[in-house]
Design a protein around this ligand. Sequence first.
Ligand SMILES: [Zn+2]
Length: 243
Amino acid sequence: MRCLGVLIIAVLAVALAGCESSQQVIDPLPAPFYPEQRPVRPPEPPRPPEPPPTPPRPTVSLSGATIVIDPGHGGGKPGAWPRATSKLPEKTIVLDIANRLVQELRARGARVIPTRTTDLDVDFDDRARIAEENRADLFVSIHADSAPRRSASGTGVHVYLKASAESEQAARCIIAAFENAGIECRGRFQNNFAVLRDHSRPAVLIECGFLTNPGDARLLNTPEHRAALAATIAAGIAEYFTR
Ligand SMILES: [Zn+2]
């Protein structure tokens, strides 16, 4: 028994000694040092979508604008004249629309320069020169269309292959005016027409309908429809110059 008592005491002593050593104070380790570490930034919130670019606007208002109105063809060049559908040739129809358009725009205060006011042929070079020399804020050529298919119908607005932003914006405004007036419009087309290409001014060429289409031709042969076309084109031009 004595031996057992001694053994228990010895075991307790060893256990107590172990407890004592686990209570030793150990110096804390120094804080880790990471020279490359930088503060972590929170991720940036997603950016709102970019607003659409503001459409280009001319630098003048309509009342201060110089506008060249260019009735196509004239004199010995009648333009489209499908006699089965149209009593009048293109040159006569577009001159009447253009003359009315000149009056509409002058009434709104614009300085308007027509390339012809009578049945006169004007060279392409001269039409482009009139736009350039007068530093036209807008050049508008007026035509009527023709096509092999009689079913082709409606107005259309043409710009040059490398059209300026201003030309594109003028085309958009005129197309919108046709749509607002309920006049069929086929939209915008790009073309290499000399009157759009051979000067530096903003320019559009408007086809006012197909003389090969019986419905369009019947309308284009009436003064009422030609007046409606002139008023609608004037409204589109006025919208382009609205600032
Ligand atoms: Zn023409």
